[in-house]
Design a protein around this ligand. Structure first.
Ligand code: OSB
Ligand code: MG
Length: 379
């Protein structure tokens, strides 16, 4: 299934900027637009594959930015691909292998890897879901809500999304925007599925640990990435003191790290973001290893292309918990795909059917949003 026909023609990096309908504030800052590097790969028969490199402008969530992704793809990953002998029908795994000398830069790799999956689906005339092991026709979903200016705005915003059907609320927290706020949300909305994400805003000092322990009484589904992104051991020490499961996001970059963290009770749940773990092959490996109840799919406020890829991943059986993949209208006035991603009033997203992504990428609109692009040829 994973063989590539030996006829790649071009690969293009298309950087776009698309404003969010609502600014997104986390413990490390506020984002007002998505600046993704879209990857378009064509073969000589005219098939087109699409992927998204969903890094941001600043190296805050991770060290990669759209600028580093652009550079690593342009100067390393793509030239290596151009040097491959395609008469040997390489698979995604074998192309990926040729990048083994390029350390890290998981998002940059994922952008290209996912476009290859999308292309292969077109070549084989199958759904991308067939390549990702999708088995469900709809998935339950949630929404990630940023830090708001005041409590009233937060309560209004949660109410707004619950009324739309979202099954689970994730709220960002940071010191000073935690216990009182979560308490107020529980009081107002009762026993909704609720979780928090700290994006590393806490440490193991007594005051912080005390606050996090106090959150136990709210029976949160999990607390995501409370401590430093590079300190898995600190999370083990914290987990030992909490009833609430710790979920790791920023700390996990590959299947080995996921295994290490789960095996050692540094966390009980992993937020899988395919970009963060180097692509969909790795994401699926982590999902298989973790299994239902221990993994779910996060997001990077992706455009429609990354969003569709993530939907097919979540249609796998391991993804039983609602993730962060919200409807297109939660992010953008107009998404770059048609039809857009829609969340129904019971909080489900229907998985697209049909060949490839199962949706159309709006090429003209992409041109309007384009900041820069670069085209490369094979042979
Ligand atoms: O920590 O999960 C995170 C968005 C950008 C960077 C980091 C995170 C997030 C989200 C939003 O929480 C998830 C989404 O709606 O795509
Ligand atoms: Mg997170």
């Amino acid at each position: 299934m994973n063989k590539i026909i030996n006829d790649l023609d071009t690969i293009e990096q298309i950087q776009i900027a698309i404003p969010y309908v609502h600014p997104f504030r986390t413990s490390f800052g506020t984002e007002t637009k998505k600046e993704a590097v879209i990857i378009k790969i064509t073969d000589i028969e005219g098939n087109v594959g699409w992927g998204e490199t969903s890094t941001g402008a600043k190296p805050d969530y991770c060290y990669e930015t759209y600028e580093t992704s652009w550079h690593i793809q342009k100067d390393f990953l793509i030239p290596i691909m151009q040097g491959i002998n395609y008469t040997e029908e390489p698979s995604i795994q074998s192309i990926y292998q040729t990048w083994h000398g390029i350390r890290g830069h998981e998002f940059a790799k994922s952008g290209i890897e996912s476009a290859l999956y999308s292309l292969i689906a077109e070549q084989k005339k199958v759904s991308l879901g067939d390549l990702y092991g999708s088995s469900k026709d709809k998935i339950p979903t949630g929404v990630s809500i940023g830090i708001q200016n005041d409590l009233e705005s937060l309560l209004n915003r949660i109410d707004f999304f619950i009324k739309q059907g979202y099954q689970r609320i994730k709220m960002k927290i940071e010191p000073g925007w935690d216990y009182e706020v979560v308490s107020a949300v529980r009081k107002e909305f009762g026993d909704i599925l609720l979780m928090v994400d700290a994006n590393s805003a806490y440490s193991l000092n007594d005051k912080h640990v005390e606050t996090l322990k106090k959150l136990d009484k709210f029976e949160l589904m999990m607390i995501e990435q409370p401590l430093a992104y590079n300190d898995i051991l600190a999370h083990k020490q914290l987990q030992a003191q909490l009833d609430t499961p710790v979920c790791l996001d920023e700390s996990i970059h590959d299947p080995m790290g996921a295994q290490l963290a789960l095996e050692n009770d540094c966390c009980r749940i992993i937020n899988i973001k395919p970009g963060r773990v180097g692509g969909y092959t790795n994401a699926i490996e982590i999902a298989k290893y973790g299994g239902a109840g221990r993994v779910w799919c996060g997001g990077m406020l992706e455009t429609g292309i990354g969003r569709i890829h993530n939907l097919f991943l979540q249609a796998r059986s391991e993804f039983t918990m609602p993730g962060d993949t919200s409807g297109s209208n939660r992010y953008f006035e107009k998404d770059i795909i048609s039809p857009e991603v829609i969340v129904n009033d019971l909080g489900y997203i229907t998985i697209p059917k049909g060949v490839g992504l199962g949706v159309t990428v709006l090429d003209d609109y992409l041109q309007d949003l384009k900041v820069r692009s670069k085209l490369y040829h094979f042979n």
